[in-house]
Design a protein around this ligand. Structure first.
Ligand code: ZN
Ligand code: ZN
Length: 272
């Protein structure tokens, strides 16, 4: 528990800098399963998203923490109804933040207004560790941020477990998006419960049949339970969205404006 406390005291921004430095370096050193060019300029465009998020978060994280602490002070939520050992409460809380994110993520694919923001993450045609940063900040703050407050309101989760959730989430995010070769046996073992890179790669496919699957971030269990789990062979994979293929549509400035532009979804089959 002490170790956990110490880990969570690390500034999350430092942790993210450490993770991107580690995974991006590894991607340059070992043979990547997917080929792509212009790695540095791709990294630069994606880092701009993170910088904007860090700036905006100064205000928003305070709001989130304040809201969750207020809910806790009123003892609102299901976890207040049962007495559990601390480790069980933490495990359940992380799972609850993750299941809310699963349903919200599913919503961002089904609701056209939300998809306008979420497609920024899917627009990346050459996925690597820096794709972790490519989210429209308004989506993370307004949609997923509200999800955390909602989780606290329903389940009674606290700020400490949210910090733990984010710690695990970012670890999973980097592993899932990195352009690295992972052993196949992961899918049949840890992959029965947790999200593996091959699962999330299916989620980044151009073809909508596959884009609308594997929504989970940490526990792939949610997709297996709610019927959205899909798999496909690595050799057939094509990342990104056809409507965002042009080089100018892969830039930070275009992508930040893109939710406010009418862009028709193009099927990958139509184009070929
Ligand atoms: Zn998605
Ligand atoms: Zn992703």
């Amino acid at each position: 528990m002490d170790l956990l406390n110490q880990l969570l005291e690390i500034d999350p921004n430092y942790m993210i800098i450490g993770l991107i430095a580690f995974f991006f370096s590894l991607e340059q050193l070992v043979k990547s399963p997917f080929s792509y060019k212009k790695r540095i300029s791709h990294l630069f465009q994606n880092v701009l998203f993170q910088l904007l998020l860090v700036g905006l978060n100064i205000f928003f994280v305070t709001f989130q923490v304040f809201s969750i602490e207020w809910l806790n002070s009123q003892q609102i939520g299901l976890l207040y109804l049962v007495e559990l050992p601390i480790w069980a409460t933490l495990l359940l809380a992380v799972a609850m933040y993750d299941i809310t994110a699963y349903w919200i993520h599913r919503g961002t694919h089904q609701i056209p207004l939300l998809w306008r923001f979420h497609r920024v993450h899917h627009s990346d045609t050459s996925m690597d560790s820096s794709t972790v940063f490519r989210f429209h900040p308004l989506e993370l703050i307004l949609v997923f941020g509200m999800g955390n407050i909602l989780t606290a309101a329903i389940f009674g989760t606290d700020v400490f477990s949210m910090a733990l959730y984010y710690f695990i989430l970012y670890l999973f995010f980097f592993i899932e998006h990195a352009n690295l070769k992972y052993p196949k046996w992961l899918n049949g073992t840890f992959g029965l419960i947790f999200v593996m890179p091959d699962h999330h790669r299916v989620h980044h496919q151009q073809e909508q049949f596959y884009t609308d699957s594997n929504y989970a971030d940490i526990f792939i269990l949610w997709d297996r339970i709610f019927g959205t789990f899909k798999m496909m062979p690595l050799e057939k994979m094509k990342f990104g969205l056809v409507e965002f293929k042009e080089a100018k549509k892969q830039t930070f400035l275009y992508l930040i404006k893109s939710p406010f532009i009418n862009i028709k979804r193009i099927s990958s089959k139509e184009k070929e």
